[in-house]
Write a protein that binds this ligand. Structure first.
Ligand code: GDP
Ligand code: ZN
Length: 309
């Protein structure tokens, strides 16, 4: 029987079949993992698995096999800086909920998110929420960021979970896709989730009630079906993915607007910092690449350790 993992809490997985049947499933015996992943969790939300319902134990099943992953997103494992923890697999897109104010999402945070998504070849969407709070100055800021990110090729939305503004457009983007939704605490991610998946608040409350305080300190991704088609993966408590698998030398490839310039740098190992004849810096000076994006690049470059993995 084919099923998809909706939730993982240690050794038990909540899985659902295409017909909507749900099982608590676990892994038995030796298991074949992707050869190139050394992660602390063999299975993650979004993984497609083959299960066998257990005889005489209704609602439980054994996981026999895992399908190859289309993609996956990782963070460094709490069990060790050099171990990886798979957050979710088989994503169609990653949505970042951000805000211009209350709280203000920093551009550095947005750019780190976009770099991570690009590194995993996952299309990213930026949703600026709390539109109802934006005054003229804030709208100017939004429009500036919208222009910068749309020029690069990203979808940028303006929403208000409070008034419902922009929600239809967001629903349209999420329809029939598996989307990871992420954002700093306070930006309105839960409010948006609750509009897209009615009754969700109750579900999450029930879950916290059942497993107690632990849930607030541990991050468990969970997937929800969107009425009418599609799935949303929420990652409560996950502040940032961390650029676990990215090396300094490849970072510029994940600033998508830098790509056309990379081969014109004088040195083919140019890091686009202080090197002479750097086509990226030239493009920044000529206003073809946004200065703040470039500064994000430099800041992120300095946070990446050599031989990351
Ligand atoms: P989360 O931490 O990202 O899940 O954010 P919540 O959904 O819990 O929202 C944080 C606070 O912002 C709550 O008080 C919400 O009522 C409020 N909020 C969420 N969306 C909006 C919005 O679009 N406009 C306004 N004015 N407040 C919002
Ligand atoms: Zn360069």
């Amino acid at each position: 029987m084919q099923a998809i993992i909706y939730k993982s809490t240690g050794s038990w997985y909540t899985v659902r079949t295409a017909s909507g049947e749900q099982f608590q499933a676990r892994l038995m015996g030796v298991f074949k993992k992707d050869g190139d992943i050394t992660s602390t969790n063999p299975l993650a939300v979004g993984d497609e698995v083959t299960i066998s319902p257990e005889d005489g134990n209704e609602g439980t099943a054994v996981i026999n096999a895992i399908a190859d992953r289309k993609n996956y997103i990782v963070r460094s494992s709490p069990q060790g800086r050099h171990k990886k923890h798979i957050i979710a697999a088989n994503l169609d897109q990653a949505v970042l909920v951000c805000t211009v104010k209350e709280p203000r999402t920093s551009q550095g945070f947005i750019d780190r998110f976009l770099v991570t998504a690009a590194a995993y070849h996952i299309p990213a969407v930026l949703v600026f929420n709390k539109k109802d709070l934006y005054k003229a100055k804030d709208m100017e800021k939004f429009e500036h960021w919208q222009a910068v990110y749309e020029d690069i090729g990203y979808r940028v939305l303006l929403t208000s979970a409070e008034t419902g503004d922009g929600m239809e457009e967001l629903k349209e983007i999420l329809k029939d896709k598996t989307s990871l939704i992420s954002g700093h605490s306070g930006v309105g991610k839960s409010s948006i989730l609750n509009q897209i998946v009615p009754g969700l608040q109750q579900k999450t409350k029930n879950v916290s009630g059942w497993s107690g305080k632990g849930l607030h300190t541990t991050t468990f991704a969970e997937m929800f079906d969107i009425p009418g088609g599609g799935r949303l993966i929420d990652t409560p408590g996950l502040r940032e993915f961390g650029l676990v698998e990215i090396e300094k030398a490849e970072l510029s490839h994940y600033f998508l607007e830098m790509q056309p310039y990379l081969e014109n740098c004088q040195f083919n190992n140019c890091q686009h910092l202080d090197e002479p004849g750097c086509a990226v810096k030239e493009a920044v000076e000529e206003g073809e690449i946004d200065m703040e994006r470039y500064l994000s690049y430099v800041a992120i470059w300095h946070t990446i350790e050599e031989n990351n993995y």
